[in-house]
Design a protein around this ligand. Sequence first.
Ligand code: SAM
Ligand code: DTB
Ligand code: SF4
Length: 325
Amino acid sequence: MLDAAPLRTDWTREEAEALYNQPFMDLLFQAQSVHRQNFDPNQVQKSKLLSIKTGGCAEDCAYCSQSARNGSQLSASKLIEVERVISEARKAKEGGATRYCMGAAWRSPKDRDMAALEAMVHGVKELGMETCMTLGMLEDEQVFRLRDAGLDYYNHNIDTSERYYSEIITTRTFADRIDTLNRVREAGIKVCAGGIVGMGEQQMDRIDMLLALATLEEHPDSVPVNMLIPIADTPLADVQKLDPIEFVRTIALARILMPKSHVRLSAGRTDMTDELQAMCFFAGANSIFVGDTLLTADNPEEDHDQALFDRLGIQAMAAGCDGSR
Ligand code: SAM
Ligand code: DTB
Ligand code: SF4
């Protein structure tokens, strides 16, 4: 096998644009070649999400069902009990998930919530699962506490390009997001950072979003690529659907720019055909969310995903194995 090329964090816009816009077959071939140099192409990692605090969020993210500023009717819940999180995680483990991701509809956690969050990390880790949290912006002190509790990954998405960002969110800046990502990485927690496509952005925004991730000091360990799930009564409810070929190009570019990262085919799979998902795996996606609910929105049934894996000869990555060569 060829030696994998060294990781680059100095990609230029011209390079990324040329990669993205090359003939589709050349792009797929290149992405699959990079994928094979770094991962077993027949293994896909399974993560499971749980919303630990739902709705009533003060932020104004235009895509989100949980923003109190959007018209959606989702009622706000309190932070759920630690025991419930652990029992849900146990079920997810039995279903083959190796990473458990706990998400809260917050701008950032309050200090009064930290002890419960630490207990959740501790309890899920004891099951032998990787832990991930997505709680909004974090201060240094909060990052250290989560790290010391044993948190493996922190998810914080840049969501879109810096240029398009202010069309989508006004209550916190692109720079705020990068600050949190840097804090998390400097503390030694693995970074999960990606974004959403299909929000009415231009092609250059998809390219620039991936470039922003690929030119961080280190590539994120996980890169979730979400297809917008249009939510009724949000500003993006009726946005024009993205051409699926553009979506596959986005996945392929993520794979080529960040060869050793897990690229997650994240939200939006319910509206994708099996064939489109297969093409995304060929383009280098090697992680999915499993279970019939994401945070608030639908996700394919586990049986359907298993049937797709069987048809494609894909195996779920085992716990403790990252599928890398
Ligand atoms: N409140 C925290 C935050 O925003 O940082 C964590 C939870 S938030 C729901 C996590 C991510 O889910 C968002 O950054 C966004 O990328 C993704 N997301 C939310 N709603 C979505 C939707 N309707 N379609 C696709 N992705 C979505
Ligand atoms: C990510 O990039 N996607 C996940 C996870 N990280 C937290 C969330 C998807 C949410 C989809 C909409 C919902 O369930 O409300
Ligand atoms: Fe709140 Fe996160 Fe939704 Fe934004 S994406 S409104 S921060 S829950």
